[in-house]
Each structure stands twice: as structure tokens, then as C-alpha cells.
Design a protein around this ligand. Structure first.
Ligand code: ATP
Ligand code: MG
Length: 272
């Protein structure tokens, strides 16, 4: 449903962030994008919804070439893509409900949303979504009164309100504790299954990526260096992606055990 062919990005500063990206994402697939800081993960996600303009290559969503669109057509295409950010991007002084409804901006027009008049079906759907993400008790709370995990749930509900077919998720768990991180990843995973949504999730936590994604793509210096199933990610491949690091001994040392052998999923302590 999403295809990137020959996509590259060079920023005006001269930094080359992506080179020759070939990626095809089928409907309903949850893809985790991993790689060291600066590898180009955020750039790739932003090229897809054209928050960043790719320097070369083509990106097509359900047969529609995004890289050729502009103006109203681009805005319309963007509605098929829900964005979820690490920093939650909520308006602090607005309520949970209003934050979710603000995801409708593209639909209801600037003035209606400025006056906070939303169509009844959107409000009903926002209620349903808030219930689904476990926030029905907090609908009237101000966004700044929420915990990090709750804020992320609001971000998820808001992204889903526009009924997207693709989710673009940039480090959803970066500032959450390990348990909340798992809950958020599980929620995203379940919602993708329920709604047949495809997702690209940038994530630093390799164990979480392995546990919750169907497929893992490893980026290094703007190039894809691994594309495969979570089980196929060995310590050797992690070294290719992240550079030299003694994955086995390092993780085992922390656990105060004698080093075990690959696969990395075991040494990284992932429940399989
Ligand atoms: N707006 C920008 N202008 C110039 N260079 C940029 C810009 N955004 C990113 N870059 C550069 O592009 C490269 C890729 O950055 P990007 O933010 O995509 O990496 P990332 O994999 O998301 O990293 P992180 O894990 O730290 O979020 C880096 O070298 C970065 O310095
Ligand atoms: Mg990033």
C-alpha cells in the first residue's frame, strides 16, 4: 500500500540523510524502523507525509504518487496518514476531547475548528476512540494534567480520528517508563490489527521492536542495511546497524550472568 523507490534526501545544509531507499509496505503490516541516532529514521517518516521534501525518488500510497502532489490534493492525501509523535504535540490548555477533535482540522476547516464547533459524528467517534485507548474517565481533563502515557494515548486517538490507513509513528515510547512503553506499543499493535492499518514506527528500543513489529528495517547512515523478520535480527546484524558493540557480553554483564550465544532476541531479554 506504500512504496518508496529510490528515495533520497539531502538537506540544504549538505547533510545527506537518506540514499536509495527501496521499501514496500503491505496493508496491515507493522514495520519497526531502527538505527542509531542520525541514521535518517525521522527523515524517512517525514518524507512519506512530505513534512520533509525528498530530494529524489518516488513515494506512492495506494497507487497515488505523493511526491507529485501539492496544495489541496496533498492535504487530502495526508489525511490517509496518521502521525504520532514522541513529544505528543498536544495543546496543554485544551481538554483531552478537544485535543482529539483537533485531529479533524483538515476536515472541518479552520474557522469551525477555531470556534471549536465539531460535527456530531466526529464527537461521537472521538468518544469511542477515547474509550478504546482507555481514557474515557479523562475526557474533560486538561492535557497538561496527564501523565506521559496518557498523553501518548491522546495522541493515538487523535491520529485515528481522521481514519487513516497508514500510521507514521516517531519514537512513541522515548520518554516513557518500560511498562508504559510496552502498553503503548501493544495498543498501537492492536489498533493496527483491528483497523488493518499499516504502520512505520521509529523506535530505539530493539527489544520492543522485536516484540511488537511484523518486520524490522535497520537504517545506517541513511541506507537500509537490514530488512527482515524480528527473529532474524542477530547480534551480528545489530552490529551492522549500530556499529561495533559487544551485544552479548554487555547485556549479559548487566544481567550478571555468563554470556549466552546469539540470537540477539534472547540476549536482549525479549520474551518470544
Ligand atoms: N532539518 C534538518 N536540516 C539539516 N540536517 C538535518 C535536518 N534534520 C535532520 N538532519 C540530518 O539528517 C540526518 C538524519 O537525521 P534524522 O533526524 O532523520 O535521524 P534519526 O535517525 O531520526 O535520529 P534520532 O534517532 O536521533 O532521532 C542527520 O545527519 C541530521 O543531522
Ligand atoms: Mg528521529
Amino acid at each position: 500500500m506504500l512504496t518508496l523507490s529510490g528515495v533520497g534526501k539531502r538537506y540544504p545544509t549538505g547533510d545527506r540523510a537518506l540514499s536509495d531507499i527501496e521499501l514496500s509496505l503491505p496493508k496491515g503490516q507493522v514495520l519497526a524502523l531502527i538505527g542509531p541516532s542520525g541514521a535518517g529514521k525521522s527523515t524517512l517518516i517525514r518524507c512519506v507525509n512530505r513534512l520533509v521534501e525528498p530530494s529524489e525518488g518516488r513515494i506512492a500510497l495506494e497507487g497515488c504518487e505523493l511526491t507529485r502532489l501539492s496544495g489541496a490534493k496533498l492535504r487530502q492525501a495526508r489525511r490517509a496518514m496518521g502521525m504520532i509523535f514522541q513529544e505528543y504535540a498536544l495543546v496543554d490548555r485544551l481538554s483531552v476531547m478537544e485535543n482529539v477533535l483537533s485531529g479533524q482540522l483538515g476536515y472541518v476547516g479552520f474557522w469551525r475548528s477555531f470556534l471549536r464547533r465539531y460535527p456530531a459524528p466526529a464527537v461521537a467517534e472521538a468518544f469511542r476512540l477515547l474509550e478504546r485507548v482507555g481514557l474515557s474517565h479523562a475526557i474533560d481533563k486538561r492535557a497538561d494534567a496527564l501523565s506521559g502515557g496518557q498523553r501518548q494515548r491522546v495522541g493515538i486517538a487523535r491520529a485515528l480520528l481522521q481514519n487513516p490507513r497508514l500510521l507514521l509513528v516517531d519514537e512513541p515510547t522515548a520518554s516513557l517508563d518500560p511498562k508504559t512503553s510496552r502498553q503503548i506499543m501493544r495498543l498501537i499493535r492492536e489498533l493496527c490489527a483491528e483497523r488493518e492499518l499499516a504502520a512505520i514506527i521509529n523506535i530505539h528500543d530493539v527489544a520492543l521492536a522485536q516484540q511488537f513489529a511484523d518486520r524490522i528495517v535497520g537504517l545506517r547512515a541513511g541506507r537500509i542495511v537490514f530488512d527482515g523478520k524480528p527473529q532474524a535480527l542477530t547480534a551480528e546484524i545489530l552490529t551492522t546497524i549500530y556499529g561495533e558493540e559487544e551485544w552479548d557480553t554487555r547485556v549479559a554483564d548487566e544481567a550478571d550472568e555468563t554470556p549466552t550465544t546469539t540470537p540477539a532476541s534472547l540476549t536482549l531479554g525479549v520474551a518470544t
